[in-house]
Design a protein around this ligand. Sequence first.
Ligand SMILES: [Fe+2]
Length: 302
Amino acid sequence: MPKASKQKPPELNIFPGNWTIKNEQMFKAFDLSFAQHWNPANFPWEELDGKNFDPKERIAQAYWMSKLALFEKSGIGAFGFGAVRAAELNLEDPTKKMLASITYDECRHDEVCRRACNKLCPNWPYGYKPQSDFEQKALRNIEALYEEGRRYWKGFKGAWEYLTPELLFAGFFFAEIGAVVATMALLRAMAQEFSEEQKLTVTRQMKQGFIFLSPLLYQHRPEFWRLPSDFDKVDQEVEEIARNAGLGVLTMEEKVRYWKQAIEKKRGEIEEMGIKVPAIPELGVEGVEVQVKKNETIATSF
Ligand SMILES: [Fe+2]
């Protein structure tokens, strides 16, 4: 594998390929993924009936599912891209396959969002015509988020030009809990060779992860997101309706608590690799001060 950006860039080609297993933990994660496949088509979709909700409740739930779907889509794109790049760089076999498996998992998550929206509010959000001011505001929020998604993707693709693949793959580890075994194995494999400076970049990527996910798991952070001035107000109002309609949307206190818990759970393992956790005062997470500049490229994936 290429060591640093100073070296001549490797020829990017998926062939001849390899069946090499270096990272046993990665192989185990991939091996387990076969048994863990679940089927979103088997959900009792007939029990989800739009008629059981009033129009605001339908929209509010579709709103939340489409907000979640933005991050599922970013996962499909980033892990899919990562799988191809890993193959082009001739990384060991289970790493390539695990990235493909996570891509597939993200497709499944996105498919759940699509089906839920289709039941509650057909054509939401891409082809939906708002019927009221409330609906118009909710749709505007989603459209604004998805427009910003373009900026994320442009930055993510561009980052491969100036960050080493190791650092970018290490950034993948901040992905969701479902993929945690594999992504931690990936980080562990990459981090062994990292200099102190590269380790600090991973810390920065963790902070970027918080900022990128903030519209879903906290409230949007302006370091990256450029959203309408009343975005959060509308967002909170719509989420509350979704929560009251029975969709398990977390309250702000719960979001903060669970996110902090998720980070603290990994802290020991991360620090053991010599990587420091960034301070995230919004969540009460202590760590290294990281200033993420406005419009800084988000080089992590989800
Ligand atoms: Fe996901």
